[in-house]
Unconditional design. Structure first.
Lengths: 76, 504
């Protein structure tokens, strides 16, 4: 039950936060919630993963693919 | 246009720099996701679908196809090194590949599977080039009644021949058909099953469906799975070269695997996974010493690998020449073709021969690229497998969410992924196959169109399906398949009852 809840929770959270809080916040929150299911990762690992993945998403989707999305909460 | 002319035309198409570039990107990404357990061709093609809107249709299909057959190369890498299949069809490679790597022969296993994949692919492409035009000719005689009957056969075959109970498979097909009706009816403009939600007017987003059904369930299942063994030994060039005995032992399994794979790939409803299992079973049955299997027999890796690659190539035969997808990934590819305005079917070869033949030649080029990617560069893939899954799967989830969003730029689709993900997980837990659902979803609207057209032409007379000979033939085949699976179920029930009554 745990993995299912955190996986679906992270997707729903992403959908909620994307337009209102921007890409970076949505990505980071999603990663943090998703990684709750994993028992082997430390909190520091989670935060680092969140930062790296948010950065990757920004690179791939905003810079490379040119999607129109708010990046930060204040750019919404 | 005969085959030689076609291939020459295709060569001119496929050698253009843009096509080569997208071919390379496709096979590279394909190998990458094939190597990584937990993300497969289905998820990746759905993710790349929105990206392909910005590039010309031929390049898009070349790239997506490259992902599809490229994944069949990379899948065995994780199976051999980690005992974890990278793609469903390479699960069989774990059985003999992992013992081989325990014996220090990982390099040889990786080398031979690449060769086997290449042989399987190239022969599969030859069959594709040879048979597809002939089948398309036949397809030109098809009217809407025949198309309907053939799609029906495809769906029945998918549910009865695939793994799992045929009844469950049929139930999934029907569910897929139902989900396909959501949206605005093409003929009358009436909204159907929209519940007043405007975002559903175009139907359920196919990417959201694919991601939810296959991606989410797979990720959930793979978290917290122990990754057996660490990759300790370095794979050097010398350790990869197989001995003469290895070569000798592998030639016939590769050829047999290719034959089996080509057959199952072209059949609607069965694909690379079944092909690889059947190839393994065949090798074990005809081996002189079956006890070697499971302990590092090289036939146990080369035959299935040749089979799944051949199947991946021949799966394009029904898809391109008749417009009938062979499995769920082909269904998605069909959806991609339609989105790009390409109507697959017998007319494709006559209307757009450059696309068809360009695609086939690009398969050949792609396989050559894959040989280069997989042999000398195998170290790169091994390094990637060292990334811990804990970091990988949140990234996959975010990519899924963003990719789905990018199709229609609305967050509703992301919610759909979550909801369908729950459905997909429930289905997986209850042992329902999701692939027939996908097939039903893609084929449903097409079937409905053909059904209505056939009835329109026959002035509402349903007997048209049995009056026309080809259509009748398909219906008989459907009845035969259904009858055969019913009989199989009846036998199983009777046998169980016998055993219960007579425990001796």
């Amino acid at each position: 039950m745990g993995p299912l809840a955190s996986v679906s929770g992270s997707i729903v959270l992403f959908a909620l936060l994307l337009k209102t809080a921007g890409l970076v916040v949505a990505c980071s929150a999603s990663v943090l919630v998703a990684s709750l299911a994993d028992r082997t990762i430390t909190w520091r690992g989670r935060v680092v993963a969140a930062a790296v993945i948010a950065g990757l998403c920004w690179l791939i989707f905003i810079v490379a693919l040119g999607m129109v999305l708010p990046v930060w909460p204040w750019s919404a | 246009m005969d085959i030689a002319e076609g291939l020459w035309l295709g060569l001119q198409q496929a050698m253009q720099p843009m096509m080569l570039l997208y071919c390379f990107v496709g096979v590279f990404i394909g190998t990458l996701i094939g190597v990584l357990p937990g993300i497969g061709a289905m998820a990746t093609i759905s993710l790349l679908l929105p990206v392909t809107y910005h590039i010309p249709p031929a390049a898009a299909i070349i790239m997506l196809a490259g992902v599809y057959y490229g994944a069949q190369y990379g899948g065995s890498t994780a199976s051999i090194l980690l005992n974890l299949p990278g793609t469903p069809s390479s699960a069989v490679a774990c059985l003999d590949g992992y013992p081989m790597s325990k014996q220090g022969r990982a390099g040889v296993a990786l080398f031979m599977t690449t060769i086997a994949s290449f042989v399987g692919s190239m022969l599969g492409i030859a069959i594709l080039a040879g048979f597809a035009p002939a089948i398309a000719e036949l397809g030109l005689k098809f009217g809407p009644a025949e198309y309907f009957a053939m799609m029906l056969l495809g769906l029945v075959a998918a549910s009865t021949l695939a793994s799992g109970s045929p009844l469950k498979g049929l139930a999934m097909v029907v569910l897929g058909l139902l989900l396909g009706t959501v949206g605005t009816d093409v003929n009358s403009g009436h909204p159907r099953y929209e519940f007043g939600i405007p975002e559903l007017m175009d139907g359920i987003n196919i990417v959201a469906l694919a991601m939810g059904l296959f991606g989410i369930a797979e990720v959930v299942g793979s978290i917290n799975q122990p990754r057996e063994g660490q990759i300790n030994d370095r794979i050097t060039w010398r350790s990869m070269l197989p001995s003469r005995a290895d070569w000798k032992a592998s030639v016939m399994p590769m050829l047999r695997g290719t034959g089996i794979g080509s057959f199952f790939g072209a059949l609607p409803g069965t694909g690379a996974s079944i092909a690889s299992f059947m190839a393994y079973a065949t090798e074990k049955k005809i081996a002189r010493d079956p006890s070697r299997f499971g302990k590092g027999a090289i036939e146990g890796v080369t035959a299935p690998e040749a089979a799944n690659n051949a199947a991946a190539q021949t799966a394009f035969v029904p898809t391109l020449s008749l417009g009938i997808p062979g499995d769920a990934v082909m269904a998605l590819m069909l959806g991609a073709l339609i989105i790009h305005g390409i109507q697959p079917g017998p007319l494709l070869m006559t209307n757009q021969p450059d696309l068809f033949w360009g695609l086939i030649v690009s398969f050949g080029i792609g396989n050559v690229m894959l040989m280069i990617l997989n042999l000398p560069l195998v170290g790169m893939w091994v390094a990637i497998l060292r990334i811990p899954y804990s970091v990988l799967y949140p990234a996959i989830l975010v990519f899924i969410a963003l990719g789905t969003y990018s199709v229609n730029n609305n967050t509703f689709d992301i919610y759909m992924v979550a909801i369908i993900g729950l459905l997909g997980y429930a289905l997986a837990v209850l042992r329902f196959e999701a692939a027939p659902l996908m097939l039903g979803f893609v084929l449903g609207p097409l079937m409905e169109e053909n059904l209505r057209r056939a009835l329109l032409l026959s002035r509402g007379d349903p007997m048209v399906f049995v009056e026309r000979p080809i259509s009748l033939g398909f219906f008989i085949a459907c009845a035969a398949l259904l009858g055969w699976s019913l009989w199989g179920m009846a036998r199983a029930i009777l046998r169980a009852r016998e055993q219960a009554l007579d425990p001796a």
